[in-house]
Design a protein around this ligand. Sequence first.
Ligand SMILES: Cc1cc2nc3c(=O)[nH]c(=O)nc-3n(C[C@H](O)[C@H](O)[C@H](O)COP(=O)(O)OP(=O)(O)OC[C@H]3O[C@@H](n4cnc5c(N)ncnc54)[C@H](O)[C@@H]3O)c2cc1C
Ligand SMILES: Nc1c(O)cccc1C(=O)O
Length: 495
Amino acid sequence: MGIRTGTQYIEGLKSRSPEIWLEGRRVTDVINEPVFKQPIEEIAKLYDMQHDPKYQDAITHICEETGERVNNAFLHPTTYEQLMARSQLFEIYARSTFGLMGRTPDFLNVVVTGMAHNGWFLDQYNPEWSVNIRNYYNYIRDNDLFLTHAIINPQNDRSKNSHGQKDMFTHLGAVEETPEGLIVRGAKMLATLAPITDEVIIYSFPGFAPGDERYALAFAVPVDTPGLKLLCREPMQDGKRSQFDHPLASRFEEMDALLVFNDVLVPWDRVFLYNNVEAANLLYPKTGIAQQPAHQSGVRGYVKLAFATEVACKLADSIGVDGYLNVQNDLGELVQNVEVIRSLLRVAEYEYETTASGEVMPNAAALETIRGMLPKMYPRAIEVIQIIGAGGLLMSPTGNDFNAPEIRSEIDKYYLGRDGVDSLERVKLFKLAWDLCGEAFGQRLVQYERYYTGDPIRKRAIFYNGYKRKATFSMVDEALSVTNQFVKDQPKLAK
Ligand SMILES: Cc1cc2nc3c(=O)[nH]c(=O)nc-3n(C[C@H](O)[C@H](O)[C@H](O)COP(=O)(O)OP(=O)(O)OC[C@H]3O[C@@H](n4cnc5c(N)ncnc54)[C@H](O)[C@@H]3O)c2cc1C
Ligand SMILES: Nc1c(O)cccc1C(=O)O
């Protein structure tokens, strides 16, 4: 089939009936559930873009294996040009949501592409696993499927490993092997967008210890597999708030869900890793499934930071405060942060790395630096919006107030901005800013940037340790050579 349209994506959702729980009730009609309706539309737009002549050549290509047109997320990059073809896709998709939706289909399709093309890694442990992931890659590529993923154990007692939790199956683990496949039980988090996807993929960040064998798992199943429950967090908008009042929150909320597996059967041909702590710990660092999706996250994060920066600048201008030095200092900082991320991305792409198997990956140090800096830069951009908007952020009337003739003249008079900015323009801008910096929706976006890639502190520690392993500190040695000479010249002290 190759690239789907938005309508085909929605038809796919209609054909499935996952067990979704939202605010204590079972959702049976996901398409018409107010909370999901608009996010589904936003994802459908991405599918439609694949057919739009304006974008098609930039975000899709003809698959050599099948002759069909497929998304660039399925492109296994072996040249700089192919890496850039993926970069274009990431940026075009990110701009479509202002970088506010992190787990658009490109993200996990890149993960699966990476896993499938690093079959050498799984072959070391079980050649069937690499065949399975390769077939799965072909399946999702040719059907243009949308995946969610859950790679974190539920947050129960982080001081203990999976096998040390109170219940053996709090964390997702294998219960038994059957001729048909593995039976799995327990929970995994934090499956963003799960209710509106086609498939679920499970694997893990490293961190397994001996004794955790049953939890060392990687597999994929359809989102409506019997026994799989999707427990949604509390929604941050009810799907009924107007786009005037909440221009961002009404469109781009990504629902997150806890995935609960109640003795789910995973067919053997969908098992990519099992019962091997070493393989589970090395899968992420060794196969490019860290580096390739970090490219998507970096490009998307860049667009999101640039968007928040634009909002801050427009806000300041609209109320005539961007002539003040303190405000210029804050805005200049944000613009420079955007430039830092843009430059790092260019370095990551231009100074790409080629693996032993010929895969081209963006430069690891540059990507990791983005991973380390965005968790600080994005919250800072939000803080600057809060500081500049100040009390005005809390004072916006609603769209209905604009439509009430009895108060319209007061609204027009007291909500106008600097010369040339009328009340409607100013209020629309402030509402946009409030969605980003005040609403629960915006707080989730901050939390996403802090944690989407794992704990930023431990990530930075890993980065430092890697640096230390490779560093020669030759400049320090050279600088100290003078001192060494001095010491050599001294007579030995008598003992
Ligand atoms: C909005 C959002 C969307 C997400 N979407 C997804 C998704 O789609 N799929 C997915 O799989 N994951 C997703 N994640 C999860 C993300 O990967 C995790 O949040 C992240 O890995 C951190 O894990 P945690 O939240 O369990 O925090 P924890 O690991 O429980 O950390 C809690 C606190 O304790 C500290 N801490 C914990 N353990 C240690 C330790 N050993 N040493 C030192 N300090 C420690 C941490 O620094 C942190 O401050 C998402 C997260 C967010 C916020
Ligand atoms: N955060 C990630 C994820 O959820 C899946 C794969 C990779 C990452 C990452 O940031 O490296």
